[in-house]
Design a protein around this ligand. Structure first.
Ligand SMILES: Nc1ncnc2c1ncn2[C@@H]1O[C@H](COP(=O)(O)OP(=O)(O)OP(=O)(O)O)[C@@H](O)[C@H]1O
Length: 624
């Protein structure tokens, strides 16, 4: 079974749901506790929406409370003004309104970037009383409005029926959230949270994905509003306060923002705290602040993290069986691919390429070509412009001058995600590795764009989703075997050592089915055996027809692997040639020894390789 599906067995959740559903008829809940459970359930919807946006996509959106108000007023309006009391209309109306408000606020908030979404949504919350006042004809203004009795096919939804409706809607949302977050989409949200740059080199439009996450997170908030209007039968603006927004944030942090069900725990703590302690209202802002501080500092994965650690400790002691690691349908264990499928590499050419940062010319008039089925190395001292070149090729920087051609197509200045979709994959000097993800799942993110599985099949767990995941996992596993690190497949990827992370990045690039591979100092930090694996992997990419551009300080590795070497010095092309030509080039030797021109190169070294041998570590002057 797929590793991702295997990890989560929601038995406890199903039992809790069954218990909650039978509780009123079994006499387990009196009126007070029944209302408390409903309020916790409604609050957990708000918190869950924030978890999706903040915990998964890393965007601080404070507007859950405003969307809560939208859901409440839309449901109220439909019932009172239009006579549409059917709860299905109320819930659908609230959902549509959430999508519309989500788009209206998310588009400018996310376009501007930085903290603007937090600011836009913060103002949205402060605007609620004013908007309610402006539309007082429909909303009842500050005095509030009484809502109509909800119905379902002619049946009044009150008492236990309302209780069941709330529990079932909340259960349905958590099923959707679980299926979405524990899927390749959820993994991509985690990538986005860790690094928008990483998401974009994986071919994802960061803006669109953030907007999607924000709108998805708006839906439960509006559903919560609709349910609250049915529960209280009355809506007034003083429900939708900034204090409630803070309480939702505190509940998210306390429950664990990257947990699916932590929202329920966080909501329960906040709701019960409020009901139990009479002083809570007076001190609520201080209490929320304290919760945020304590949870942020002492247990930053919240109650869900504590529960997971506790469960792991219990399993270590043997008091509970440890689930067997997921098995992945791939080639027979131990069998390693010795060749790759054809990679359809393409020629990458820069013509007079330049890049300036203010007055600093990082690259100036650089013309190089990297051909399919070849390894093209870019070398040069620190600051000579190698990484800038890779950043230009993958679209992280826009060229100041010149052209970049992928085959016949000009790609200079295109957005990173579009260039990635043309088949350009890259690694980073400091590997970009997300938290809360296994190595296998991370390598599989390479396939997110090239082998699409829709959101709906993921939410509904349709056969297409299961098949897509089985293939993702099998492919990722095969590639981990290829780079010799299959043993870490089920470990958290952010727990791996630097050298292993580099090999993980190579596997991720291969998973995307790329045609052009940009490897930035991929050999640094690797021990001898890792280097052998890396050499074999790069050799296979070359044989399969891939185009490889290798930025590397390890000169022996460069000599061994490259078909052609370009040497940069202070942003300009100093020399180009075969490894034999470059290692005997006096200008290159001079550059590496710090002599001012080729003629000053010390006689003791006849080649760069001699210099490396004498110097010990294979890094030129000043390398990181
Ligand atoms: N985003 C940026 N803003 C300003 N200057 C930059 C930026 N990126 C690179 N530079 C400058 O461009 C020049 C080339 O830097 P680059 O990182 O490309 O060199 P490099 O050859 O990759 O060095 P290293 O081997 O240390 O990685 C340096 O002077 C650097 O300070």
């Amino acid at each position: 079974m797929n590793a991702l599906l295997h990890r989560y067995r929601p038995l406890g959740v199903v039992l809790l749901l069954a218990l909650l559903l039978i509780a009123p008829t079994a006499g387990l809940l009196n009126g007070y506790w029944s209302r408390t459970v409903m309020l916790i359930a409604i609050l957990s919807l708000l918190v869950s929406g924030l978890n999706v946006v903040l915990g998964y996509a890393g965007e601080l959106a404070m507007g859950q409370v405003a969307l809560y108000a939208v859901g409440a007023y839309v449901a109220g309006y439909l019932g009172v003004e239009l006579g549409m009391t059917n709860v299905l209309f109320s819930l659908l109306g609230a959902t549509l309104a959430a999508v519309v408000v989500g788009l209206i606020t998310g588009i400018p908030g996310l376009r501007l970037g930085g903290w603007s979404l937090a600011m836009v949504t913060f103002f949205l919350v402060t605007l609620v009383p004013n908007l309610v006042d402006v539309f007082s004809g429909f909303t009842g203004g500050t005095l509030g409005m009484a809502t109509a009795v909800p119905t379902l096919f002619g049946m009044e939804i009150v008492g236990d029926r309302l209780y069941w409706l709330i529990i079932l809607v909340v259960a349905a949302w958590f099923t959707v959230a679980r299926n979405l977050l524990l899927s390749r989409h959820g993994n991509m949200f985690l990538v986005l949270r860790q690094s928008p740059i990483l998401a974009s080199v994986l071919g994802v439009s960061v803006y669109r994905l953030k907007l999607l996450v924000y709108v998805v997170g708006a839906i439960p908030a509006a559903l919560a509003g609709a349910l609250f209007s049915m529960l209280d039968g009355f809506i007034a603006p003083d429900t939708f306060t900034f204090a409630l927004a803070l309480s939702v944030l505190a509940a998210s942090v306390v429950g664990g923002a990257t947990s699916v069900y932590g929202a329920i725990a966080g909501a329960a703590v906040m709701q019960l705290g409020q009901q139990t302690f009479t002083q809570f209202q007076t001190w609520q802002l201080v209490i929320y602040g304290a919760f945020l501080l304590i949870a942020g500092i002492a247990f930053n994965r919240g109650l869900a993290g504590l529960a997971q650690d506790g469960l792991a400790a219990v399993r270590r002691r043997g008091w509970l069986p440890t689930p067997a690691p997921a098995t992945v349908a791939a080639e027979p264990a131990g069998e390693v691919e010795t060749r790759l499928e054809p990679l359809h590499g393409v020629t990458l050419r820069s013509e007079g390429l330049g890049k300036s940062f203010g007055g600093n010319r990082a690259l100036d008039d650089v013309t190089i070509e990297a051909r399919p089925g070849e390894v093209t190395a870019l070398i040069g001292p620190n600051g000579s412009g190698k990484t800038t070149m890779l950043n230009l090729i993958c679209g992280l920087y826009k060229p100041s001058a010149g052209r970049l051609l992928l085959g016949e197509e000009e790609i200079g200045g295109h957005p990173t995600y579009r260039i990635a979709r043309h088949g350009v994959a890259r690694t980073f000097q400091t590997p970009l590795i997300p938290a809360h993800m296994t190595t296998l799942a991370f390598v599989a993110t390479g396939r997110y764009v090239s082998h699409r599985v829709g959101i709906l099949p993921a939410i509904l767990r349709l056969p297409g989703f299961r098949k897509g995941y089985a293939t993702d996992d099998a492919r990722a596993m095969a590639l981990l075997r290829l780079v010799g690190i299959a043993d870490v497949a089920h470990q958290q990827v952010d727990s791996l050592a630097l050298g292993t992370r580099r090999l993980v990045e190579v596997a991720r690039c291969l998973a995307s089915g790329a045609r052009v591979f940009l490897f930035d100092e991929v050999g640094s930090g690797l021990d001898e055996s890792d280097l052998e694996v890396l050499e074999r992997a790069i050799g296979m990419i070359r044989e399969a027809g891939g185009t490889v551009i290798l930025v590397e300080h390890n000169f022996p590795l460069v000599l061994k692997l490259s078909d052609r070497i370009h040497v940069l010095s202070q942003g300009r092309l100093l020399a180009s040639g075969t490894p034999a030509q470059i290692q005997n080039d006096r200008r290159v030797l001079a550059e590496y020894t710090g002599a001012t021109d080729g003629g000053d190169a010390p006689d003791a070294f006849d080649s760069v390789a001699d210099l490396q041998a004498a110097d010990g570590p294979a890094t030129p002057k000043g390398a990181k």
